[in-house]
Design a protein around this ligand. Sequence first.
Ligand SMILES: [Zn+2]
Ligand SMILES: [Zn+2]
Length: 124
Amino acid sequence: MNKEEKKEYNRKWRENNPNYHKEYDRQNRDKITGNRIKKEELNPTSKEKRLNGLKEYKEKWKKQNKEKYKAQNKANNTLLIPKGQLCVVCNERLAEHKHHEDYDKPLEIKFLCVKCHSLTHRGD
Ligand SMILES: [Zn+2]
Ligand SMILES: [Zn+2]
């Protein structure tokens, strides 16, 4: 069988067995999830370990990104309110304060006037 013949053969075979791959996938998937469930039943801490692993990973990530955070915070602290910047809420008074919408995003800050800033922190 040459290359072309083989291709043709495969094509025909697939035509005659349209559900083969679907069926195979399904069985395989059951097998994979089944295996994991079995493992967790035998070793109930493995699920916990998996979750703890995630926690550790996050902590590690935090540590590694601490420098980045620091740099960002520094950038934020040295970031000056542009001259003549109006408060983004009332658009009337001059912005004198910088407000963090989200502390996870240290560079995303709002320029607010004193009044609107205190209102922001008081909540609705
Ligand atoms: Zn304002
Ligand atoms: Zn604030």
